[in-house]
Design a protein around this ligand. Structure first.
Ligand code: KG4
Ligand code: ZN
Length: 347
């Protein structure tokens, strides 16, 4: 089975073709094209929804063409591509951006007569772990498992007994982990998105210079909160500004911030893994591209649990993960009944 998937929930415009791998435990990546308007947002320090959507309208058809061609098929006004199904992110996300993908795919489903699978972007992130690429051969992922989604918009912990039996355990009460990286980055005058830059600076930062708060770390609930961390950094930056002559110890602050965020994520995820006695832990979302976080998880694991992380390029938003989620959670919906839902969460 071959799926053409589209993702336009935030600032990326992406199309990918995935195909079921032999034993149906993974999907094989045939193509994954991502056009980003990130450089436009770096200037403004964050995403401006209308600029993102206008850019996506411009990119959507060329990106679909390129993804199909790379996967060995194509389309024109007289023939449709050789695929079995279409998939699209229908939420959560920015309404203007979601509409670009959803309306394009509804039209293609109608004119090509292909089934359409609407996908929750958050499940998409988790299913990046089920993609087999040349760089990352597939490895069986044993259930039950705990999945941690850490992206710019979300921090969620889920208990998955199977592909269809899923319990949401908790999420962020305020800022998401990626959002905390980005907002703290702005306080430190780093361009958007700040996560990868904070990771770079933290590599040479002194781990003992700052100990920022680890919000809700020992709380019984599986919820997260990162806005207090941002306030603690703001206070520190203001103090340093008032002490004239002091330059900002950027690397040390970055190290302190990254340690605080990763300690909370690792501690709570491992606590859930122990409580539910799972075989696997799956990381996903843009923040899961952070190598220090990956290493911390690996070091903290017990011998009965295996850690799975997507290839780094598949942690941030992409259509391949949407194709993978569509394959495993295959729920075809008539094109008339698919609509964008910016507030979508877990049912
Ligand atoms: O999953 P994603 O592409 O978008 C959403 O669905 O939100 O995640 C983007 C987020 C941004 O907040 C970015 O700063 C963060 O992922 N990020 C990182 C790293 N790479 C991306 N955060 C920390 N370390 C990284 N290496
Ligand atoms: Zn995302």
């Amino acid at each position: 089975m071959k799926i053409l998937a589209i993702e336009t929930s935030c600032d990326e415009t992406s199309a990918a073709v995935v195909e079921s791998a032999k034993d149906n435990s993974h999907v094989k990546l045939l193509s994954n094209v991502v056009a980003s308007s990130m450089s436009l947002h770096a200037v403004t320090g964050g995403i401006i929804p209308e600029i993102a959507a206008r850019n996506q309208i411009h990119h959507i058809i060329p990106v679909i063409h390129e993804a199909l061609e790379k996967a060995g098929t194509s389309f024109n006004s007289t023939h449709s591509p050789v695929i079995d199904s279409l998939a699209v992110t229908f939420g959560p996300g920015l309404i203007g951006s979601l509409l670009v993908g959803v309306e394009t795919v509804r039209t293609l489903s109608y004119i090509w007569g292909k089934p359409l699978i609407p996908v929750n972007h958050l499940f998409g992130h988790i299913y990046a772990n089920f993609i087999e690429t040349i760089e990352k051969p597939s490895e069986t992922i044993p259930f039950p498992l705990i999945a941690l989604i850490v992206s710019g918009g979300h921090t969620d912990l889920l208990y998955m007994k199977s592909h269809s039996d899923i319990i949401w355990l908790g999420g962020t009460r305020d800022d998401a982990a990626g959002e905390a990286f980005d907002k703290i980055g702005r306080l430190l005058n780093l361009p958007y998105p700040a996560g990868p830059l904070i990771e770079q600076h933290a590599k040479v930062g002194n781990p003992k210079a700052y100990h920022f708060p680890r919000p809700l770390m020992y709380d019984k609930a599986y919820d997260f909160s990162f806005s207090g961390l941002k306030t603690a950094v703001l206070r520190e930056v203001e103090k340093l500004k008032n002490d004239k002559g002091n330059s900002l110890p950027l690397k040390d602050i970055c190290r302190g911030v990254q340690d605080a965020i990763s300690d909370v994520l690792v501690y709570k995820t491992l606590k859930a893994a122990e409580e539910f006695n799972v075989h696997s832990i799956l990381l996903s979302g843009g923040v899961a591209a952070n190598q220090t976080l990956r290493n911390k998880f690996q070091e903290a694991l017990n011998t009965n649990t295996k850690l799975f992380v997507p290839q780094k390029s598949l942690c941030t938003d992409n259509a391949a993960m949407i194709g993978a989620a569509a394959f495993f959670r295959n729920k075809v919906v008539r094109w008339h009944d698919v609509s964008a839902n910016p507030e979508l969460y877990f049912d």
